[in-house]
Design a protein around this ligand. Structure first.
Ligand SMILES: Nc1ncnc2c1ncn2[C@@H]1O[C@H](COP(=O)(O)OP(=O)(O)OP(=O)(O)O)[C@@H](O)[C@H]1O
Ligand SMILES: O=C(O)c1ccc[n+]([C@@H]2O[C@H](COP(=O)([O-])O)[C@@H](O)[C@H]2O)c1
Length: 217
């Protein structure tokens, strides 16, 4: 079994995320992509804007019709800060036969030395980094000091190519807050849920504390 792990805040999930997962499935010949929404991302300690429940609900709608996608709610269930190294160690113990890949954007690679126990994490799992067409080549030198050059070359050989999709969850949140359309930026069901539940309507910065207070209690 070859399994891609795709973690994120998914606040909300958007078509950039879906494209990444699809490109990863093909490039790495994966059996499935396991989507793992964070409780609180270690480098986004202010917490997500939407509640964990709403983010999971949106993911369920986005992933529903794809048999190669699985939703893994362990980080939400664990609560508190979601360290990837803990999640990966758990999964390896549960599925010792599987080969895991950690799907990450190049911005996440750049911050990897700041992650919790990055050296141990890289001993446990191989990152597969998304390379967006037209962008400068990924700088793998950030891994120097964490792993040796052979390992860096191995990681660099597993890039996931995709076109540039100028989208982020922050942009979607901002658009909703400004009353602008998010159509085609996220699946229809997700868009409908955001509207129905009134998510992202108020500006979290002017409204005060993040709404996902439970995640950082
Ligand atoms: N448009 C995109 N193209 C390539 N990678 C992306 C894109 N959007 C997100 N990613 C990657 O997907 C992973 C999960 O992202 P995350 O859930 O934090 O979404 P985000 O859009 O980056 O959110 P935010 O805008 O709130 O920071 C990260 O590794 C991130 O680098
Ligand atoms: O383990 C860490 O220290 C760590 C630090 C930063 C990010 N991550 C993971 O990287 C993924 C994307 O994070 P983010 O902040 O872009 O939503 C998500 O699964 C996070 O848990 C993990």
């Amino acid at each position: 079994m070859r399994i891609g792990l795709f973690g994120g805040s998914f606040d909300p999930v958007h078509v950039g995320h879906l494209w990444i997962a699809e490109a990863a499935l093909e490039t790495l010949s994966l059996d499935h992509v396991r989507w793992i929404p964070t409780a609180t991302s270690p480098l986004k300690l202010a917490g997500a804007v939407a509640s964990s429940e709403d983010r999971v609900e949106m993911l369920k709608l986005a992933l529903a019709d794809n048999p190669y996608y699985e939703l893994d709610e362990r980080e939400i269930a664990r609560g508190e800060i979601s360290y990837t190294v803990d999640t990966v160690a758990e999964l390896i113990q549960e599925m010792p036969e599987a080969q895991f890949f950690m799907i990450i954007g190049s911005d996440s690679l750049a911050s990897l030395p700041l992650w919790h126990q990055p050296q141990r994490l890289l001993e446990l799992i191989t990152p597969a980094v998304v390379q967006r067409g037209g962008e400068a080549a990924i700088d793998f030198s950030v891994l120097q000091g964490l792993v040796d050059q052979d390992r860096i070359d191995d990681i660099a050989s597993r890039v996931i190519a995709m076109p540039i999709i100028e989208l982020s969850s922050s942009e979607l949140r901002q658009r909703v807050q400004q009353g602008r359309s998010i159509r085609y930026r996220t699946p229809r069901g997700v868009e409908a849920l955001i509207q129905q539940r009134g998510l992202y309507r108020s500006d979290p910065w002017t409204a005060g504390a993040p709404k996902n207070a439970r995640a950082i209690d």
